[in-house]
Design a binder for this molecule. Structure first.
Ligand code: FBP
Length: 699
């Protein structure tokens, strides 16, 4: 007889199976931390040197030259391997160093590998070198919050996503005081070099830090990070130096994996439109990549909307000898109409469901919203400057903010010269739903960025879509197409002749595979009237049940599920591409430091090509800078790269738009990218955006 006494719980939990099931480290996790990314050819050499390449040229901004004299003449530098370092490389390469590294801005998959690459290269050159991690972003530099990184710490995070090892933050080192405190920290620690891993704003900050600490001999190197993909660097002749920031591929693949699952669920359940907002504060690179990865039914690219011209409106004005400037650029109303058109067309072939991708920053490209954003930025900046106070602290509630705007509008009406907010703005603004007014008036981040991720962009749009679909439904223009054979079967089974009723019920009886109920039949009442008029039934008779069934099936209900993809992708584990990219970026950072560079951004040229062609380089940051309006003032920044409407990647999406909308009978054309895999034989080699764009470069 087997012993049936239950095993005590403690004993069960001590078994290897239970321990493994409840432990933190999964096999997938262990596989990642054990993975050693391959290194670019030059890093196989025991040492590296830098070679300047004067072939790349930049148009230097006068203000940048004035503000950053120590680094403005930097050149592009190639990292070159040296096989016999004793002969040609100064001993400086392997001197003992102290290097600090900081993450700045939103997390991006691969950041840990930048640290790992830097750590490995630094320790290989000199085991006595110390790499410090600044905690919680730039605040860690300002407040001297730092941890010396050990191999044990670094090993725990290899090839893993997020920035958990040292955390991150969005503080900008933008005042003399913060700059001074940062400098003090670097001096106190005796740093030789500081590495800033961040986006356009953080690399801008890196350039100013490089200038500030030049006299102290502290080198500053930037690293191009952001899932948004808006750091892409070309020289003046359009030659690509950095095709993509790190983290973009992993985030896009994570979003695409989840959205592709929605495509599968949606086309099984056939009742929802899934509205997927994807991150990318301003540029729509992520939405574009997701479109390529998933073939979602509709994807909107902000940059394209800004380029929109309402030709009908222009022509109408032209006939009256005028130019209608409001015809340029997409309005919220236009956009909602375009969305409705897609929904109605799919419904007509029986597909009252689908998946739509909207970039987080789409509203930045919508005429009227863009104007509000610029005006409100200026008003807030002016208020802060004039009163030496914080607008958001002085007016914490929406009602207070609105009251302030109302007063501005009144002053404008009273003839005062501050007319940035007039009564027309006031009227238009009051038409916007409260939650969106509040969103537009939200506090900007330390870099002056509008917090799109916190505003329900998709809700603003979808409310308009719902309203217009209701109108289209009432007009009988939004209908679910009924399969002709289904109609015939339903009526025949109910003992009714489909041929008799077909012409009475449907607008396209003779030519449609999917039948559309006539537009004047918009209720059971009008349905009955149509049948009575055609003599099919008498005044007193009820509409036959099979016909009522068909009518009900043709009446659409627009149901949506909204999703936001952003933070999940930032925390995703890096793709194979990003693992290699970031580890090699870390190695590049060390080569730049070890060869005395400062004010440079580490990058890998030829990312769009095969790994064997990747070339580690340093890109001079100062020459990339120009003046731009930030927080209502002109500031020197690195230009953000937005989607190029002439690029092959965008043109490919445009060319397939109709196919992916699939407003025709038959299956949707969804693509399944699957989950992120670590190994190259099963994972794609690089983002599809890069792959397609490289075709135009002849790679
Ligand atoms: P970075 O530019 O700092 O990499 O951050 C990008 C981003 O992920 C945007 O896509 C998004 O709008 C924003 O960060 C969200 O910011 P927060 O983390 O402050 O909510």
């Amino acid at each position: 007889m087997p012993d049936s006494t239950p095993t005590p719980l403690e004993k069960i939990l001590e078994t290897p199976e239970a321990r493994s099931a409840t432990g933190n480290i999964t096999p997938a996790h262990a596989e990642r931390t054990d993975f050693e990314p391959p290194v670019c050819r030059v890093f196989e050499s025991p040492a590296t040197i830098l070679e300047s390449d004067a072939g790349f040229t930049f148009r230097i901004d006068r203000e940048a030259a004035k503000s950053l004299p120590a680094i403005i003449n930097n050149r592009v530098q190639r990292v070159v391997g040296v096989d016999h370092p004793d002969a040609s490389v100064p001993t400086a390469f392997s001197q003992r160093r102290k290097i600090g590294i900081v993450f700045s801005g939103g997390p991006a998959p691969g950041g840990h590998n930048v640290i790992a690459g830097l750590f490995d290269a630094a320790k290989k050159a000199n085991p006595e070198t110390t790499v410090y991690g600044f905690l919680m972003g730039p605040d860690g530099i300002i407040e001297n919050e730092v941890v010396p990184l050990t191999r044990e710490i670094v090993d725990q995070y290899r090839n893993l996503g997020g920035f958990s090892m040292i955390k991150t933050g969005r503080t900008k080192i933008d005042t003399a005081r913060k700059m001074d405190l940062s400098r003090q920290t670097c001096r106190q620690l005796g740093l030789d070099a500081l590495v800033v891993v961040g986006g356009d704003d953080s690399n801008t900050n890196a350039a100013f830090l490089a200038q500030e600490m030049y006299q102290d001999g502290i080198q500053v190197i930037g690293v191009p990070k952001t899932i948004d993909g808006d750091i892409q660097v070309r020289d003046d002749n359009g030659r690509v130096l950095c095709a993509m920031s790190f983290g973009f591929h992993s985030a896009a693949r994570a979003f695409a994996g989840a959205i592709s699952n929605l495509c599968t669920d949606g086309s099984s359940d056939v009742k929802y439109w899934h509205i997927c907002k994807v991150m990318g504060r301003v540029a729509s690179h992520l939405a574009l990549e997701v479109a390529l990865q998933t073939h979602a039914n509709m994807t909107f690219i902000g940059e394209e909307l800004a380029d929109y011209v309402d030709k009908a409106r222009l022509e109408r004005a032209e006939k009256e000898g005028a130019i209608d400037y409001t015809a340029y650029g997409m309005t919220l109303r236009n956009l909602s109409r375009v969305i409705c058109e897609g929904i109605v067309r799919r419904a007509a072939v029986g597909k009252n469901y689908g998946v739509m991708v909207i970039p987080e920053g789409v509203l930045e490209f919508i005429n009227e919203i863009q104007i509000f954003i610029v005006k409100l930025n200026t008003i807030i900046a002016e208020y802060n400057a004039t009163h030496d106070a914080s607008f958001h602290q002085d007016f914490p509630l929406l009602a207070d903010k609105l009251e302030y705007l109302r007063r501005l509008a009144q002053r404008a009406r009273g003839g005062e010269d501050f007319t940035i907010w007039n009564t027309r703005d006031e009227d238009l603004f009051s038409d916007i739903p409260d939650f969106f007014q509040e969103g537009l008036l939200m506090e900007r981040d330390s870099h002056g960025n509008f917090p799109f991720s916190q505003v329900e962009t998709e809700k603003v749009l979808m409310d308009l879509v719902k309203d217009y679909l209701k109108i289209l439904r009432e007009r009988g223009q939004y209908r679910i197409g009924i399969r002709k054979d289904y109609y015939a079967k339903t009526l025949t089974q109910g003992g009714i002749d489909p041929e008799q009723y077909g012409p009475m019920l449907f607008a396209n009886w003779n030519d449609g595979e999917y039948l559309l109920v006539k537009s004047d039949i918009i209720s059971v009442k009008t349905l009955k009237q149509a049948l009575v008029k055609d003599g099919a039934i008498g005044e007193e008779e009820a509409v036959p049940a099979p016909i009522q069934k068909i009518y009900r099936k043709a009446a659409p209900d627009f149901k949506i599920q909204t999703h936001f993809y952003g933070y999940d992708g930032r925390g995703s584990d890096p793709t194979y591409f990003d693992c290699l990219y970031t580890y090699n970026l870390g190695l590049t950072v060390f080569s730049l430091i070890a060869n005395g560079a400062t004010g440079q951004m580490a990058a890998i040229k030829n990312l769009e090509s095969d790994f064997s062609r990747w070339e580690p380089i340093g890109i001079p940051i100062a020459p990339l800078m120009h003046l731009e309006e930030r927080k209502g003032k002109l500031a020197l920044v690195i230009e953000r790269s937005i989607v190029d409407l002439n690029s092959v990647a965008f043109q490919a999406v445009k060319a397939h738009r109709e196919e992916w909308l699939a407003a025709v009978p038959g299956e949707d054309r969804f693509r399944r990218p699957g989950p992120i895999r670590l190994f190259s034989d099963t994972e794609e080699k690089r983002p599809l955006t890069l792959l397609l764009n490289s075709l135009a470069m002849g790679h």
